[in-house]
Design a protein around this ligand. Sequence first.
Ligand code: PRX
Length: 660
Amino acid sequence: MTQSPGQGQALDNLLTESRTFPPSAEFAAQANARPELYEEAKADREAFWAKQAERLHWETKWDQVLDWSNAPFAKWFVGGKLNVAYNCVDRHVESGHGDQVAIHWEGEPGDSRAITYAELQREVSKAANALASLGIGAEDRVAIYMPMIPEAIFAMLACARVGALHNVVFGGFSAEALRTRIQDSACRLVITTDGQYRRGTPAPLKPAVDEAVAGAPSVEKVLVVKRTDTEVAWTDKDVWWHELVDSQPDQHTPEAFDSEHPLFILYTSGTTGKPKGILHTSGGYLTQTSYTHHNVFDLKPDTDVYWCTADIGWVTGHSYIVYGPLSNRVTQVVYEGTPNTPHEGRHWEIVQKYGVSIYYTAPTLIRTFMKWGADIPAKYDLSSLRVLGSVGEPINPEAWIWYRENVGGGKAPIVDTWWQTETGAIMISPLPGVVSTKPGSAQRPLPGIGAKVVNDEGVEVEHGGGGYLVLDEPWPSMLRGIWGDEERYRDTYWSRFGEQGFYFAGDGAKYDDDGDIWLLGRVDDVMNVSGHRISTTEVESALVSHPTVAEAAVVGASDATTGQGIVAFVILRGGAGDDAGGAEAIKALRDHVAKEIGPIAKPRQIMVVPELPKTRSGKIMRRLLRDVAENRAVGDVTTLADSSVMDLISAGLQSDKSED
Ligand code: PRX
């Protein structure tokens, strides 16, 4: 929720929640994480992180754990060299686990494929050789725009193997969104598919790439995986994956790169219209994703079956499908499709089929499962599940309890994990087996992580108090900047509490009486829709780029399923919207936003208004618009330049509330 911490619904709700669930003695006895971890990290933070880095194979060991002399640009494990893909694949084969299944892939139409570590090594090697044959090597940027198929993971690991940076763009983004992300980082290659399955039917994907590439001159080649057998237009830049990759040798010698060698760029929404290319590097990132995956999910590589339901288009897919889990020799499920295709029990059917023991998902999906009914999971054998995770937005206590009872059999610990694209890995979460969990709270920073809640002046608030979440110590998987924009990096994250040297996360938070942290949502103009970050400005720019729109203001309103829903207020140009209730004009606008950004950014509701509420200095007062969007009495209007505007808005609303 976008609201000032210390006031409003979320806080009131949370205050009534006081249940705690201690870990069972049985779970605690076998847990990877021990209470001593907290002590160890506190005693010597750098020594602690050095020990965690030993989880990996280093070709050359580092000579300095952390160099923070050029803050806010950190260097971790300085002088160390490693190959990230070797750590995620080859070393498991070399240690005798080549026959272990790495990926149980489940396609949406019901096809499936089990990929062992030995096979993964061959596939990644072939893909790496293919990249090399296209002249792609260290520091080159490669865009990956694909559905959740094994080749997407091969492609990411192949980039890591040759030292190229991947720039994964979510397959639900539009051609225009893809083009800006390709152009900003000047990608030389795009890897994509002919099409993707969407709720049981094949939908073309390559036409969006063709459109994007037409406006992105840096792209030399497009590598296309055949997934749906959809007929596609062909250009002289296009190469079929099955022709190029499958004819490559299946051996490839990985080169060790510097610990600070860039690993990937991932674009995320900020408070302006232009997405930020978040840059991550190798050694520190892999150390923290590996450490957190091991301790937070309690992974036992010989017996567990892990499933993270995210898409690789988001950071959760990067850190908790690809890098963390594979570095820990996971056996995991990767599912291509939507949770209700072909029926609403699909996830539970998959859990039963593979005996999934660790399941990591988002609150919005848990609330959707709640809507579909507890009788659906009840039809399946979910007794294999022993750890449940949540990520992406605050989880409301009701959903938490439902998850525990109906998915976790009333016993599996739930880890509510707070982190961001920028943090690269989990930062705040209970450790299962150590911490008594509390529904709705992410609780405490992990061992080795510094986080606190501060007031406007940067002073830590008392227990029971609310304020802003900051990170007060550099951490290994922290972003190393915004691609091509050092100033924006400093401004966005390091200026709000510059004096104190804190990283400002953009989230409101509070401490309860025990000092546990409760997240309260964004305090800036970023919305959180189904766990995805979308900036109000980005949607506004899309709206005003349509010829019928004179002005637009967008707010995130609370939504029972998606956390927040996008609500737009638009002033139309003369004549537009004169049709029956403005319905056609509104539909055209929703489609336009889908085209500019992607269907996930389509406003839930568009209201045509005669004016927007502005202060005397011309700043739109979103607080008032949020009141309207959430059907509340409109708050204090005294700072409005024209206080009658809100009456005008309420009186003349034409609105459309379709839900596709
Ligand atoms: O507002 C917080 C929310 O998601 C934001 C980060 O979004 P993104 O970079 O897309 O990464 C999402 C997946 C890591 C945060 O600033 N958020 C994420 N996890 C939680 C959360 N809010 C509350 N509780 C969480 N567990």
